[in-house]
Design a protein around this ligand. Structure first.
Ligand code: ATP
Length: 245
């Protein structure tokens, strides 16, 4: 499978000496790649650099073969992004929010807005003000906005964060259906390991700014009882290395 995301040696350290160090990872076409790490591990930092919202000090990011820092427009042309919580104008209806987002894409038609509303299950609520939407509905509206341009790759930072069980299941079902039926590749960050186990075929584990492991989920589950066990093993090994360094 050809790589859709190629990240090499990505480093960005903030003044407080936190950040990410030498992160190298690969997402292949058709993956639902789980980018797993606890709070503060560095997931958002990596994703912001990927989306061109922040600059790395070292390293490169290629999306669909294009370097984000040097060929930004080509790199992002088939990429949908949802970083942190969806930006939703609550005084507008769900549909009006999408019409506003569609202005960034000259080729997006009103028919495409109908399609994405249908995909995320918001068709019956499209004319209601977003102020009355639940958090899950707002996240699904954000997902719809990210889908407008018909992306091949979706970069989603904690898309299920803060959702209740029903909201999580709905979001997960939509993403898995899009991957299966529309062959969209997903890079999804989360601090919920069970979510990753249910949804992802590959996983990258980041801890304190460093990628500790990248592997296929079925391969890991042949050797370990759960991804939680994989994670605990890797952070314990990492602590030993840090202790002896
Ligand atoms: N602008 C900033 N200035 C200083 N430190 C920052 C800044 N942004 C992030 N950090 C620090 O860098 C580290 C990585 O943060 P990041 O937000 O990328 O982690 P995360 O894995 O996305 O965590 P979370 O799930 O809590 O969002 C954290 O220790 C955080 O405190």
């Amino acid at each position: 499978m050809k790589p859709v995301v190629e990240i090499e040696g990505l480093t960005k350290m903030y003044k407080n000496n936190r950040g990410i160090q030498d992160v190298t990872m690969t997402v292949r076409q058709g993956d639902i790649y789980g980018f797993f790490g606890p709070n503060g591990a560095g997931k958002t930092t990596v994703m912001k650099i990927m989306a061109g919202l922040s600059r790395a000090q070292r390293g490169t990011v290629k999306l669909l073969g294009y370097d984000v820092a040097e060929q930004y427009e080509q790199a992002m042309s088939k990429v949908g992004v949802l970083i942190e919580t969806a930006e939703v104008y609550s005084y507008m209806s769900g549909r009006k929010n999408l019409e506003l987002a569609a202005k960034f894409y000259p080729h997006v038609t009103s028919g495409r807005i109908d399609e994405v509303l249908e995909i995320v299950g918001l068709t019956p609520f499209q004319h209601e003000k977003a102020a009355g939407y639940s958090l899950g509905m707002k996240q699904r509206l954000g997902l719809a906005a990210a889908l407008l341009s018909g992306p091949e790759l979706m970069i989603l930072d904690e898309p299920t964060n803060g959702l209740d069980i029903e909201g999580m299941v709905q979001m997960r079902d939509i993403m898995m259906r899009l991957a299966r039926e529309q062959r969209i590749t997903f890079l999804i960050s989360s601090h919920l390991i069970h979510e990753m186990e249910l949804m992802c075929n590959r996983i990258g584990i980041i801890h304190q700014g460093r990628l500790l492991c990248e592997a296929s989920v079925p391969y890991l589950l042949e050797q370990w009882e759960s991804l939680e066990a994989v994670y605990m093993h890797h952070i314990q090994e990492d602590r030993k290395v840090t202790l002896h360094a």
